[in-house]
Write a protein that binds this ligand. Structure first.
Ligand code: ADP
Ligand code: MG
Length: 473
């Protein structure tokens, strides 16, 4: 009994010290869940919820723990970990770490804890089943062209030998609608087909980040890492959205290292190359560059024609050649737009009995292009940005030079240039009749801030995400 009380009070003193050293959030996530188990000749044993949790403590808090033990138990003090497995299982693996004079972070006895691992893997299987790969995103349906040859063949090689080629990670980048998601899902499906036992997890980065926030809220951050670490192949789509998210990057870094060390395949996509990614920890960017970085370009006309043929074939319909050519000529920036047009035409064909002819193609194309333009019009941008910065829209068009208004105004101009086809002159006109040089100045100022001010960059990434989250954009 006495021993139990002692270990509790010793640990509680340690916690008081630790709390002063680490942030509130970290304290709640990584220290509150720990249970003191016993104190035996200056050896304090604490129970941590999982192997992952233990590794995280070792990696991030080894010094704080060492100091705490030092203060409480003196130089003789040692810390031992016990890793509790999921509640339903009884087996407990003990791990010991030596005290302060040696590395506090020596290995535990049980680096592999089967029950913990299985529990993580079970959850991972569930998650993988939830975010299924799209069945139509296969290699067969992915037309090869000069625009994607390297990425496609590297992807194919990875699919034949996941984790074994030097393409680890495989990092595929390129603009919106150029086939990144299609290609990486094709790799995932192919692996699934070839190696049914391998666990393929596909997740987009925003979902990953949101889940992580949820996990922190419910004190399950360590479980979260464990789940993703049990994948054999982890595909994270659109990693650019990790920009500015320090904590998410940290956990992803940990997951990445663990997978990579264990010969698991990591596949990433992004809208730009690692060297152009902003708001990322250097160590993460350097990992991104380890394997193969390969880009997707916009396909040439012939490839676009072949893609449309393929889409039509997949839907089991015949589209006349002149219509296909018209579409291939007209859609010249983004293949997703092309898909939108085809789907809409097919719907009108099936539901309203319209013939798949040039007239329908023109009509549909016009509607879709219009809706894209009006979705992100300048009014929308001004309203959105003003709300975000909590300033009145009218002030954006006013002469005010107040700092927060100036920032909101410049950011709105920046987005107007990015997301509309308006000329600099007409953008200026929408901001109280300013001239085009003011707009240029605003865009340069925003770009400079993105490059030099981390917090501003994070704000911008958040804004970009939210503007794009608008349905239909
Ligand atoms: P991204 O992820 O780069 O934004 P997607 O993978 O969503 O782009 O691709 C947009 C659309 O273009 C999808 O319908 C996809 O099937 C199609 N697509 C892109 N590249 C090809 C290709 N090489 N062959 C066939 N379809 C393609
Ligand atoms: Mg995509």
């Amino acid at each position: 009994m006495i021993e139990v009380r002692d270990c509790k009070s010793v640990w509680s003193n340690c916690l008081t010290y630790i709390k002063e050293q680490v942030g509130d959030q970290s304290y709640r996530t990584w220290f509150e869940p720990i249970e003191p188990l016993m104190l035996n000749n200056s050896v304090l044993t604490i129970q941590v919820p999982s192997q992952f949790f233990y590794e995280w403590l070792e990696e991030h808090y080894v010094n704080v723990l060492r100091n705490a033990i030092d203060i409480e138990l003196g130089s003789e003090g040692q810390l031992e970990y016990s890793i509790s497995v999921e509640k339903r299982s009884q087996s407990v693996t003990n791990g010991s770490t030596n005290g302060h004079d040696k590395q506090l972070g020596a290995k535990t006895n049980g680096t592999k804890v089967p029950d913990v691992h299985n529990a993580g893997r079970e959850k991972a299987h569930k998650l993988a089943a939830e975010y299924q790969l799209k069945a139509e995103y296969t290699f067969d349906n992915f037309i090869e062209g000069d625009c994607n040859r390297l990425a496609r063949s590297a992807g194919y090689a990875v699919a034949q030998k996941p984790g074994v080629t030097s393409f680890n990670p495989l990092f595929v980048y390129g603009g919106v609608g150029l086939g990144k998601s299609h290609l990486v899902q094709a790799i995932g499906s192919e692996i699934q087909k070839q190696f049914p036992d391998k666990l393929v997890m596909y997740v987009d980065s925003q979902r990953f980040a949101n889940q992580f926030v949820e996990a922190i809220k419910s004190n399950q951050a360590s479980d979260f890492g464990q789940v993703y670490q049990s994948a054999d192949v982890l595909i994270v789509d659109d990693v650019q959205f990790f920009a500015g998210k320090e904590k998410t990057q940290e956990i992803f870094f940990h997951v990445f290292n663990n997978l990579h060390q264990n010969g698991k395949q990591v596949i990433l996509t992004s809208d730009c190359s690692p060297k152009d990614l902003k708001g990322f920890q250097e160590r993460l960017l350097s990992r991104f560059k380890w394997g193969l970085n390969t880009d997707l370009q916009f396909p040439d006309l012939e490839t676009r024609i072949a893609i449309i043929h393929k889409k039509a074939e997949a839907h089991g319909v015949a589209i006349p050649e002149n219509v296909i050519e018209y579409l291939a000529y007209s859609v010249d920036t983004n293949l997703r737009e092309l898909e939108g047009v085809i789907n809409s035409m097919l719907a009108q064909n099936a539901l309203a009995g319209r013939t798949l002819d040039l007239e329908l193609a023109k009509e549909t194309l016009q509607k879709i292009v219009q809706s894209i333009e009006s979705e992100v019009g300048i009014d929308y941008i001004q309203k959105f940005v003003a709300e975000y910065f909590n300033v009145a829209v009218d002030l954006l068009k006013d002469k005010t030079r107040k700092r927060e208004i100036v920032v909101a105004r410049q950011v709105s101009m920046y987005f107007a240039k990015e997301y509309t086809n308006m000329s600099l002159k007409s953008i200026g006109a929408h901001f109280g009749g300013r001239d085009h040089s003011t707009v240029i100045h605003a865009i340069t100022a925003v770009n400079d801030l993105i490059d030099t001010d981390k917090r501003f960059n994070a704000t911008m990434q958040d804004l970009i995400k939210k503007i794009k989250l608008k349905p239909g954009v």
